[in-house]
Write a protein that binds this ligand. Structure first.
Ligand code: GLC
Length: 426
């Protein structure tokens, strides 16, 4: 009896404290990726929210590899697991994960909604629901060694042919001087989503389109696409190490940042790290748009990437989870991340903010890069995007590894994608 009374009293006290405004503390778990310092920045941002609201956060580490992260998320969400409340999701996943995510429209203010890049808000809107809020935006960039280009009197390459020649000239010059470690060009050649981004950039830069067009038509079997792949194949073992076929973002950055490459293709996050106090190439790095292909349809093409925050439908604390998303995607927090980690804001106004531009000089050129960015065909292929990407990556990796003529493999890929897309009805 005494125990029942004590329990009842405890319940009353708990109810009182709730209604008196001292909210019950909950623990919200958030998954963040781990490219470079992503984990640290996610932790510090989430901790700041926890301190402000009196809640707790638990960071769930996930693989840096986009494909591995998606597989993990799909397993958890299919099981309706409550383990993760807030998911960091890639720009190519909203359609794939939408059925498991809550509508976050109410947490985005009118002002922020108008300030976010429209392309990102549209990308996160599935069947009229805002299934994720834009967090940072990525576009492929060309990193180069200012000191080495200067030493050899070479300009920043405007075309891939120029890049190839310059890389070779610098490598040869350095080798003569006894430094045969330096590589010409490092990029992401492993068979994963990062290769889909690199290959899309090469193909689009030759005017070879974006794999599947906006109407759902498969366009990959074309001569410019084949030419682009043959060009990249020619780099392997010449200006790029053979090992590039197993490089993801961090492996490329490792080579470039230790001073052993003239050029690197990577996302903006590599800027802050290349210029960090302990970086051997601090102050020696420049950033430019990726080169154009050759031919009359050539253009600059950066793959559009980036990440969003979403709340799981199976979360036990959807309100707190949504509030954490609101906080992390706010202008204040996006600015902190831009200053500390060169994670590019999704809010346009931060590109004219003097502090963010001083920390990231390439921000002044970023708006045109964004405008010419090439999106992967994830909206039109919807839930089938991952299959499209896997088939594309398998074909490209095979062609780069020397398995057949690129033009022949593209014929097969085209057929495979057409079957998958049911002749454009995806
Ligand atoms: C970055 C991009 C993402 C892309 C991935 C590929 O994380 O933000 O969009 O899919 O790299 O590795």
């Amino acid at each position: 009896m005494l125990r029942i009374v004590a329990l009842a009293a405890a319940t009353l006290i708990a109810q009182f404290s709730l209604s008196a405004g001292a909210r019950a503390e909950v623990t919200v778990s958030i998954s963040c990726s781990s490219l470079g310092i992503e984990q640290q920045l996610c932790q510090s941002g989430s901790d700041a929210w926890a301190k402000k609201t009196g809640n707790k956060v638990k960071l769930v580490a996930t693989p840096a590899d986009a494909n591995e992260r998606l597989a993990l998320y799909q397993t958890l969400l299919a099981a309706e697991a409550k383990d993760i409340d807030v998911f960091q999701i890639d720009v190519i996943w909203p359609a794939i994960l939408a059925p498991h995510l809550v509508d976050l429209s109410p947490i985005v203010s009118e002002q922020d909604r108008a300030d976010h890049f429209k392309v990102l808000v549209d990308n996160d809107t599935v069947d009229g629901k805002l299934v994720a809020v834009p967090w940072f935006v990525d576009a492929g960039l060309l990193y180069y060694r200012k000191d080495l280009l200067e030493k050899y009197g070479k300009p920043v390459p405007a075309t891939w042919s120029e890049l190839t020649e310059t890389a070779k000239a610098v490598m040869d010059g350095e080798a003569k001087a006894g430094n045969s470690v330096v590589q010409g060009y490092v990029w992401q050649g492993r068979a994963y989503e990062g290769l889909a981004c690199n290959a899309l950039e090469w193909i689009a830069s030759y005017g070879g389109g974006g794999i599947v067009d906006g109407d759902g038509k498969v366009t990959i079997d074309n001569p410019q696409a084949a030419q682009a792949l043959e060009m990249a194949k020619g780099w392997i073992g010449t200006i790029s190490p053979k090992g590039v076929l197993s490089y993801a973002e961090e492996e490329s950055r490792g080579v470039f940042q230790s001073g052993n490459a003239v050029f690197m293709r990577n996302w903006p996050y590599a800027w802050a790290l290349a210029n960090a106090a302990d970086s051997p190439v601090k102050g020696k790095v420049g950033v430019a748009v990726l080169p154009k292909g050759d031919g009359s349809d050539a253009r600059n093409a950066a793959a559009l990437g980036g990440q969003n925050l979403a709340v799981s439908r199976y979360s036990a604390h959807p309100n707190e989870a949504a509030d954490l998303v609101r906080y992390l995607t706010s202008a204040e927090e996006q600015k902190r991340r831009a200053l500390e980690g060169s994670f590019n804001p999704t809010l346009r106004s931060l590109y004219t903010d003097t502090d963010t531009v001083a920390a990231n000089p390439f921000y002044k050129d970023f708006l045109p890069i964004m405008e010419s960015a090439v999106a992967r065909p994830s909206t039109v292929t919807g839930r089938r995007y991952n299959q499209v990407s896997s088939a594309f990556v398998r074909t490209v990796h095979g062609a780069l590894s020397g398995q057949g003529q690129a033009s022949a493999t593209l014929v097969d890929l085209d057929k495979e994608l057409e079957r998958l897309g049911r002749n454009g009805r995806w």
